[in-house]
Design a protein around this ligand. Structure first.
Ligand SMILES: Cc1cc2nc3c(=O)[nH]c(=O)nc-3n(C[C@H](O)[C@H](O)[C@H](O)COP(=O)(O)OP(=O)(O)OC[C@H]3O[C@@H](n4cnc5c(N)ncnc54)[C@H](O)[C@@H]3O)c2cc1C
Length: 479
């Protein structure tokens, strides 16, 4: 018998949240702490969206998106989650680059990058400082016509090696290309450069467990394996959602589903102005990803070769090549036992950027062949750093854009939501339909763990204000 995932739900909630990505989870927590009744609906059997993990036979555990985030996560988690969550965030100090243009190790912060740019790349220190200041000074309301390519050309003309060092890690971190607005690079780059790269010690499983405990303590009604089919709108106002064939009444809906899916499928164009629909249609999705999960047999060990290894044999940085199926530019995330204190296990996860179209339409046979090729080329690349790794591996598997689509319903498996223009559309949604909000990876700058959490907070505040205003007007009508 199929379990009734919506058993005992209330007849009405202040807010229904669609999706338990980091933006949805954080918004739910903030709203519950403001005293709102909140129902969080997640279609998957796990919570966390892309912030997730999985187990495999042989005692393996793999994290999907725990590779690195900026220091801002410490403050955001302390303020909007708990001190315990925030206290588990630790710095990764061994960030390595290995490509035909340079080999180096760095702590990935402004001071060390300045040293490298001046001492190893021979750039004038005034130029480096001016570049950092320009990147740091960018904000959403600036002129957005300058591209990242133009920004680099302004400060480091003809220096493809410098461009590679500054750009490649950020392209992995938010999917931005040289042709995206410079601001989408500048904000994320500056966030990392402030104090380096951090991860959550204990693994994603522990983080999501702690978040669920906190949601429970704050009274959020959390349901998994509930797919929301539709947001119900009448006379331009949200009335509720349809999920698992049930109508659930609410005063506001916050969708953490992909922005385009929210607009095209959950809401539908007939509820929106033609101008807004045209604007939403023009929003481009960001690229997707491939990953190879490499499990090391129990009892085997790996030498420390760095925490994050950006490796490539491509001659120069190239945004198009970075997503190609025969990509050689990849990030190896090394999981040593201290990732999960108390464990003695090692794992390696390789991540590459990828195009949905290269993977989506393959026949099943071709798909399996391409996955095998991806696994083989990845292990071959890893052997350069750990020559005997093959004999230590006892589990390996690959994920592709199809995998990310399957588990999160992100349109085209988009790893980082939408391109820059998606942010305005996401922010304008409540102006179209009273009580409808969106929070989640959009606009490049609001993506990644930190971006998703912070956007969840921003939108939760707007939802709370609306609940407050609507409550006042109901009170006025009743009196
Ligand atoms: C391979 C990879 C590596 C990454 N590495 C990093 C990294 O190192 N650092 C970093 O900061 N970020 C990283 N990211 C990005 C980061 O994980 C995401 O930007 C962030 O987790 C997205 O959160 P979100 O809230 O926007 O949405 P998502 O995580 O996409 O969550 C959306 C949720 O909504 C649910 N949902 C969708 N539709 C419905 C529906 N109709 N009904 C019910 N539920 C629904 C989905 O199942 C999902 O749980 C990585 C991502 C990938 C894929």
């Amino acid at each position: 018998m199929v379990a009734d995932r919506l058993r005992d739900i209330k007849s009405h909630y202040d807010v229904v949240i669609i999706g338990s990505g980091l933006a949805g989870l954080t918004a739910a927590n903030c709203l519950a702490k403001c005293g709102r009744s909140v129902l969080l609906l997640e279609q998957h059997y796990n919570f966390g969206g892309m912030a997730t993990w999985f187990h495999r036979k042989g005692g393996h555990i793999f994290d999907i998106s725990l590779h690195g985030f900026p220091i801002g996560m410490i403050k955001s988690c302390r303020k909007y989650w708990t001190k315990e969550i925030s206290d588990s965030i630790v710095q990764l100090k061994g960030i390595r680059f290995d490509n035909p243009q340079f080999q180096l190790q760095t702590t990935f912060d402004r001071q060390d990058f300045t040293r490298i740019l001046v001492e190893e790349f021979g750039i004038e220190s005034e130029t480096v400082e001016a570049f950092f200041d320009a990147a740091r000074g960018m904000d959403f309301y600036d002129d957005q016509s300058m591209t990242t390519r133009e920004l680099f050309e302004k400060f480091f003309p003809g220096r493809s090696d410098v461009v590679r060092m500054l750009m490649e890690p950020i392209a992995y971190a938010n999917g931005s290309t040289l042709d995206d607005p410079a601001i989408s690079y500048g904000i994320v780059f500056s966030n990392f450069m402030s104090k380096g790269v951090y991860i959550f010690r204990g693994g994603t499983d522990k983080l999501i467990y702690m978040m669920r405990q906190e949601l429970k303590a704050n009274g959020v009604d959390v349901r998994k394996q509930v797919l929301v089919d539709r947001v119900v709108v009448e006379d331009g106002t949200v009335r509720g959602v349809m999920a698992n064939d049930k109508f659930i009444s609410c005063g506001a809906v916050l969708s953490n589903a992909n922005l385009k899916t929210t607009i095209d499928k959950l809401v539908g164009h007939d509820q929106l102005s033609p101008e807004f629909v045209a604007q939403a249609k023009a929003v481009r999705l960001n690229n997707s990803s491939c990953q190879v999960f490499i499990g090391i047999r129990e009892g085997e060990t790996l030498d420390h070769i760095g925490d994050l290894l950006f490796t490539s044999v491509d001659p120069e940085f190239d945004s198009v090549r970075l997503c190609a199926k025969d990509v050689t530019s990849r990030t190896f995330s090394m999981y040593y036992p201290d990732t999960r204190p108390g464990s003695n296990r090692y794992a390696v996860v390789s991540s590459t950027n990828a195009n949905w179209d290269d993977w989506a339409h393959l026949s099943e046979d071709d798909y399996q062949t391409e996955k095998k090729h991806l696994i083989e080329t990845t292990i071959a690349a890893l052997e350069k750093y750990i020559p005997d790794v093959r004999k230590k591996i006892d589990h390996v598997e690959a994920a592709t854009p199809r995998t990310f689509y399957h588990y999160t319903h992100q349109a085209m498996g988009a790893t980082f939501g939408t391109k820059f223009e998606g942010l305005q559309v996401s922010m304008d949604l409540p102006k179209q339909i009273h009580g409808l909000f969106h929070a989640g990876s959009v606009g490049i700058i609001m993506s990644g763990w930190l971006g998703a959490i912070n956007y969840g907070v921003i939108v939760a505040n707007e939802v709370d204000s609306l609940c407050h205003e609507d409550g006042k007007s109901e009170g006025r009508m009743a009196s």
